[in-house]
Design a protein around this ligand. Structure first.
Ligand code: GLN
Length: 484
């Protein structure tokens, strides 16, 4: 059961081979055993999880959905009523949310059972989970390596089979990069497809929630549940509901895969290149053809992102001032001193760095030179993709330049850390859907293949991933010592 697909779990629940309470207990016991090593979960509540499993058990087969009774983990960036929502930060370490995020509400309505809240980089700023106030998450494939970030807790939880699936958020790569480093399938939808209501904001024009799971098939089921219009998020798109599983069985004959020459140049590890090339050869066998495309402005994506994302973050994080909720300094003088001390104590170094950069690039005199310029580059990057998609149906390349790195390897050098997302960030700037699927290993560490689709191309992209997962078994492998 611990290693079953969502479909298999749904079938077992429907046939009464197992109850949701029993299934939830299996996962909670495994979490109890392995989480002290992995640190994937920061908040657990056995009684709450079992109470919702009991409710789910009354609904399985009686008005439930395909997901009713199946346990799930949420990244701790999603507000969950009655559960602590700390967002990886000391600032919110005691914050219990009074309401549910849209995504949480959706999964609750579908009858899924919340197992616990997953560790993450502070306010989703990071690529290694080393910025979490609650300590780093360990990569289940090698506990001396990072799991990626910022959704590293979600990734480690699913990779170690502590949860059948999890939610993540992706502002510059935070679903795809940890999915790649932990051997998972993770999808970032088109901007606006999933509501951001109740998802603690980092960079509002880039943030999107998405599923992290063992396969494309599972991601399709989860995305069908979490996507949809929500009037409480002004950037939520009013579109008809979609069944994201609809193209899973579609054959790949005639599929045109675009390979951006900028992604295949220097900077990629040899082992990553070999795994990606082998996956492309598999796709050709499945009937696809490959064509070289250009994304000439992609070298500007990291610098543009590190102007835009901090600018938005500096504005979003101004709400954490110690007044209404969150950390407040114990000793202070006047009101300004209270703000300053609360923020100085509540935020970690990376968050402070972003607030400083963001405030600087938005300040009078620098706005045009940095922020406005970055926005222009953003437009050019989106136009590059639009032009590339005239020649292909889907773009492929590496998700990350290298497999998981050791703790501390990049922590002292922010620019090196920022470059971990060199292949993922352009997708967020353009608002496109992207995903990562396992395509091989290097020295026992997973390697990810990135798929990028045109706007609203999720269903086809999931089908393209699923077809590969029918002829490969990378996504089925388990970390040594964690076999079931
Ligand atoms: N690693 C990137 C950053 O630190 C992206 C994070 C994310 O997608 N949330 O900003």
């Amino acid at each position: 059961m611990i290693n079953s697909s969502l479909k298999e779990l749904a079938a077992a629940l429907a046939a009464r081979k197992i109850s949701s309470v029993e299934l939830t207990t299996l996962f909670l016991d495994r979490i109890e055993k392995l989480n002290p090593t992995l640190n994937a979960f920061v908040t657990l509540d056995r009684a709450k999880a079992l109470a919702s499993a009991r409710v789910a058990d009354t609904k399985v087969g009686a008005g439930g959905t395909a997901l009713t009774g199946i346990p799930l983990a949420h990244k701790d960036i999603f507000c969950t009523a009655g559960w602590r929502t700390a967002c990886g930060s000391k600032m919110l370490a005691n914050f219990v949310s009074p309401y549910d995020a849209h995504v949480v509400e959706r999964f609750n309505n579908a009858g899924m059972v919340l197992l616990g809240k997953c560790n993450m980089d502070e306010f989703a700023m990071g690529s290694s989970n080393e910025t979490s106030h609650f300590g780093p998450v360990k990569n289940p494939w090698d506990i001396t390596c990072v799991p990626g970030g910022s959704s590293g807790g979600s990734a480690a939880a699913v990779a170690a089979r502590l949860a059948p699936a999890a939610t993540g958020t992706d502002t510059g790569g935070s679903i795809r990069q940890p999915a790649a480093l932990c051997g998972l399938t993770g999808l970032k939808p088109t901007y606006g497809v999933v509501s951001r209501y109740g998802m603690i904001a980092f960079a509002s024009s880039l943030d999107q929630a998405g599923p992290m799971a063992k396969s494309a098939e599972d991601c399709a089921l989860l995305l069908s549940a979490m996507a949809g219009f929500d009037p409480r998020d002004s950037t939520s798109l009013e579109r008809p509901a979609e069944d994201y599983s609809r193209d899973l069985e579609k054959p790949l004959a005639g599929l045109k895969i675009g390979l951006p020459r900028e992604f295949f140049g220097a900077g990629m590890d040899d082992a990553v290149r070999a795994a990606v090339e082998a996956a492309l050869a598999e796709y050709r066998k499945l009937g696809a053809t490959t064509v070289e495309v250009g994304l000439p402005n992609s070298n500007l994506s990291v610098p543009a992102y590190y102007v835009i994302a901090p600018a938005e973050a500096s504005s979003n994080l101004s709400r954490f001032d110690g007044v209404r909720y969150g950390h407040r300094a114990a000793d202070y003088g006047d009101l300004n001193d209270m703000y300053a001390k609360s923020r100085a104590q509540g935020f970690g170094d990376e968050v402070k760095r972003r607030i400083l950069i963001g405030t600087y690039v938005l300040s009078h005199g620098y706005y045009d030179a940095y922020y406005l310029k970055a926005q222009k580059i953003r437009r050019l990057i989106a136009a590059d993709f639009a032009a590339a998609f005239k020649d292909c149906d889907v773009i492929m390349g590496p998700t990350t330049p290298s497999p998981a790195f050791k703790f501390g390897a990049k922590a002292a050098d922010p620019v090196q850390m920022y470059l971990s997302d060199i292949y993922t960030i352009a997708v967020n700037l353009a608002g496109l859907p992207g995903m990562s699927i396992p395509c091989g290993f290097d020295n026992g560490l997973p390697v990810g293949l990135q798929l990028i689709a045109p706007w609203f191309g999720e269903a086809r992209m999931l089908g393209v991933a699923h077809q590969y997962q029918q002829v490969s078994d990378w996504h089925r492998r388990l970390p040594a010592g964690l076999e079931i």
